[in-house]
Ligand binder design. Structure first.
Ligand SMILES: Nc1ncnc2c1ncn2[C@@H]1O[C@H](COP(=O)(O)OP(=O)(O)OP(=O)(O)O)[C@@H](O)[C@H]1O
Ligand SMILES: [Mg+2]
Length: 336
């Protein structure tokens, strides 16, 4: 499990569980994240992502099971774990009255670094996260959401961690800020071999960044693998059919059952999964014709992580998806 300089950068979990009263927030999770990977942890609201991150970063104790981070047991060797990791939690907790430099220096000095060196570290990290141009007198409370996220990331890096935990680092950010964080995550991984454990609500983020992905739903991992492996599980190709109404789509879903056993409907669209899509199209059209259902559009695509997610959790993840709306243009509901 050791890599590069011989340091252990792995994360493992065995039958990890955390209950809150009767709720199994994390319900028997096994994980094996080799050192140097970017690991994407995906799941809908309340799936257990933050709870798992808190256990792995020693903030919460598990109810049962075991986990190790950087080769250290999270319960018995919490101090060692904390030395090895950097953490940016979902709720950014910055003192609003402090400037970025003050916060960074304070954090660096907390790790026992002398003042002069802490000052250098602060400057270096501000460059790293692209905040070096900000007015030095600006207080954290006046930062935008994206700037706060970046500052929080810088704070997680003050002691050169070899493993980094980021809990939804880009949720709510505009596309440019999101792209800046992605670039930074990739660079930390490339340049330092840092293991990065990142939770996200954005499938595109996991698809682009992660070497391996786990999808968690109701406390349990329901799919795991590389993005390519996961997509292959749903099929090699997708035929997407668009209808004039969700009613038509629903009727088509039933009518096509015998010829397309793997299918998912989202509002006015139906997605059918095949090994080879093109050769099935004539039959699909015949069946729809026979049932008197008119088709508005047909496209053949590669499966996306959305398809995987929809299949294993039974729901779409992206916030943009609005199941109830029937008046939005066809094709707008499911991103691909
Ligand atoms: N301290 C707590 N006390 C009681 N219940 C909790 C506590 N923390 C989390 N939960 C519950 O555990 C479940 C998992 O929550 P968690 O925060 O881990 O989900 P999540 O996947 O991070 O969700 P989100 O995407 O919304 O951040 C939820 O049902 C939540 O209400
Ligand atoms: Mg969370």
């Amino acid at each position: 499990m050791s890599d590069r300089d011989g340091a252990d950068r792995s994360i493992t979990a065995e039958a990890l569980r955390r209950d809150f009263g009767k709720l199994h927030a994390v319900d028997g999770v096994d994980l094996e994240v080799p050192g140097g990977q970017i690991f994407g942890f995906l799941g809908p609201n309340g799936a257990g992502k933050s709870t798992l991150v808190k256990i792995l970063t020693t903030i919460l104790n598990p109810t049962s099971g075991r986990a190790s981070v950087g080769g250290y047991d999270v319960q018995r060797q919490g101090g060692k774990v904390r030395e090895a990791i950097g953490v940016a939690l979902q709720d950014v907790g910055l003192d609003p009255l402090m400037t970025a430099r003050e916060l960074l220096m304070l954090q660096t000095e907390l790790f026992g670094t002398p003042r002069d060196e802490a000052r250098k570290t602060a400057e270096r990290l501000l460059v790293t996260v692209g905040l070096d141009d900000v007015d030095p007198k600006k207080r954290a409370g006046a930062y935008s959401g994206g700037m706060k996220r970046r500052l929080d990331l810088a704070l997680a890096l003050v002691h050169d961690p070899r493993i980094l935990f980021l809990d939804e680092p880009t949720t709510g950010l505009d596309p440019a800020s999101r792209a800046a964080i992605w670039e930074e995550v990739r660079r930390l991984n490339d340049d330092f071999g840092m293991t990065i454990f990142l939770t996200t609500q954005y499938l595109e983020e996991a698809d682009r960044l992660a070497d391996q992905i786990a999808i968690i739903n109701k406390g349990t991992i329901v799919a795991q693998g590389t993005p390519e492996e996961l997509k292959r599980q749903v099929g090699d190709e997708v035929v997407e059919l668009q209808f004039g109404s969700s009613d038509d789509a629903e009727r088509a879903q039933d009518a096509l059952a015998p010829v397309a056993p793997n299918r998912q409907r989202s509002n006015r669209e139906l997605r059918l999964y095949f090994g080879r899509a093109a050769e099935n199209v004539p039959e699909l059209v015949r069946v729809l014709d026979g049932a008197g259902i008119s088709l508005q559009g047909l496209t053949i695509e590669q499966p996306s992580l959305d398809d995987v997610f929809l299949r294993v959790t039974g729901e779409a993840l992206e916030h943009e998806v609005d199941e109830g709306a029937d008046d939005v243009p066809a094709g707008a509901e499911v991103r691909s």
